[in-house]
Design a binder for this molecule. Structure first.
Ligand code: ADP
Length: 384
């Protein structure tokens, strides 16, 4: 089956076509690319982007046609706990969730509608970033705020990066030879955005991102956890500050960028290696925050078997992994320094024998996960 994987932004559309055989894991990439500057003079809207994509695929696939499309959708609210086949009603529901993801969901809706228009008979699947976290129990997803916040505005913990956490959890359990339903772990997805998930019995039990992706870890440009009074206090003290401006500062001018002056882990690490004290402080803050979560989640899942690192920083930043694991002595964690330093692309163990938690690096692949979910749902529907 040929699956088109679509990740739609407001002005760009990223795509991949994968060949997925039945019962396999998301298959191999046949072609991939990007349509940019949607809304500009060349590509006026998402429908034009899709027409352009259809022409490209005609050339790039040598006359073969795609059998299904899988879309990355950021917010599935409380309704979606798994990938779904897309209907007009589903698109309207994703649109209704826009207040929860004002930048992302409207873009996904444009992509979904454009595909419906261009290929009306193509089965489409929506895969939600929040879905994996729907297994969190209420005492975990509730905030201790007046009931009205939840009832009126849906304010609660949703969690994000679910497609990645889910995929990486499956891979790690497989690598260790543990049945997924018996697998307890802490999974750290560390990219520009970063979140950590407590996995109990193979499912999400808790996660560091919350109502929005601003919560939790110290990230490239996001603050992560913060006393909420900081927000009200700044708004009160600075009459020129607006909620939008403050939102921008907390999302794009905070995190590593605020402390070290750079948001990119490689740059921050290089600066710290040269003795830059701000960069060193930023790394200590980020590592402390993550280690605190690992300790808490280890307890929350009743004893994790593994700590799993993934995404750009998790897969590549050996020095940062060592900085975090160096704080986990109380859990008996011991890294194998050579294994941690070795550069390799596959799933691997980087802890020493006898380590209190096995420490793994598992490369994530959200496109592959979306392709696998899409193929499974479409094949299942065709067969059933
Ligand atoms: P996104 O969230 O945008 O998908 P990625 O998962 O690609 O982000 O992660 C980007 C982060 O990974 C950046 O901070 C980058 O510096 C970091 N990174 C990538 N390669 C390395 C490396 N070799 N060493 C340290 N950090 C790295």
């Amino acid at each position: 089956m040929l699956v088109l994987v679509v990740n739609c932004g407001s002005s760009s559309l990223k795509y991949q076509v994968r060949e997925v055989a039945a019962g396999t894991d998301g298959g191999t990439v046949l072609t991939s690319g990007l349509v940019e500057n949607i809304g500009g003079p060349q590509v006026r809207d998402h429908t034009e982007a899709l027409e352009l994509l259809a022409r490209r695929l005609d050339e790039e696939l040598g006359g073969r046609t795609v059998d299904a499309a899988g879309h990355r959708v950021v917010h599935g609210g409380e309704r979606f706990s798994a990938p779904v086949l897309v209907t007009h009603e589903i698109v309207r529901e994703i649109e209704r969730l826009a207040p929860l993801a004002p930048l992302h969901n409207p873009a996904a809706v444009l992509g979904l509608r454009a595909v419906l228009r261009t290929w009306p008979h193509l089965p489409q699947v929506a895969v939600f970033d929040t879905a994996f976290h729907r297994s969190m129990p209420e005492h975990v997803w509730r905030y201790a705020v007046p009931e009205e916040f939840y009832e009126r505005w849906g304010i609660r913990r949703y969690g994000f990066h679910g497609t990645s956490h889910d995929w990486v959890t499956g891979r790690a359990a497989q690598f260790l030879g543990v049945p997924r339903e018996d697998f307890h772990a802490v999974v750290a997805h560390l990219g520009n955005g970063a979140s950590v998930t407590a996995v109990r019995g193979g499912r999400s039990y808790d996660t560091s991102m919350g109502y929005t992706p601003l919560a939790g870890l110290v990230m490239g440009t996001r603050t992560g956890d913060l006393d909420p009074s900081v927000v009200t206090s700044v708004l009160r003290r600075d009459p020129s500050m607006t909620p939008e401006a403050l939102d921008g500062l907390l999302n794009t001018a905070s995190g590593l960028r605020a402390i070290a002056g750079h948001h990119d882990m490689r740059t921050v690490q290089e600066a710290a290696d040269r003795g830059d004290e701000r960069a060193e402080l930023a790394l200590e803050m980020a590592a402390h925050r993550l280690a605190k979560y690992v300790g808490g989640y280890h307890v929350a899942v009743g004893g994790a078997r593994a700590l799993v690192f993934t995404a750009g920083i998790g897969e590549n930043a050996a020095a940062f992994r060592a900085r975090v694991c160096g704080r986990l002595g109380a859990l008996g964690v011991v890294l194998d320094d050579d294994a941690n330093a070795a550069r390799s692309r596959g799933t691997r163990r980087i802890s020493a024998p006898g380590s209190g938690l096995e420490v793994l690096v598992v490369p994530t692949d959200e496109e592959q996960a979306i392709a696998a979910a899409t193929a499974e749902l479409v094949a299942g529907t065709a067969a059933g």
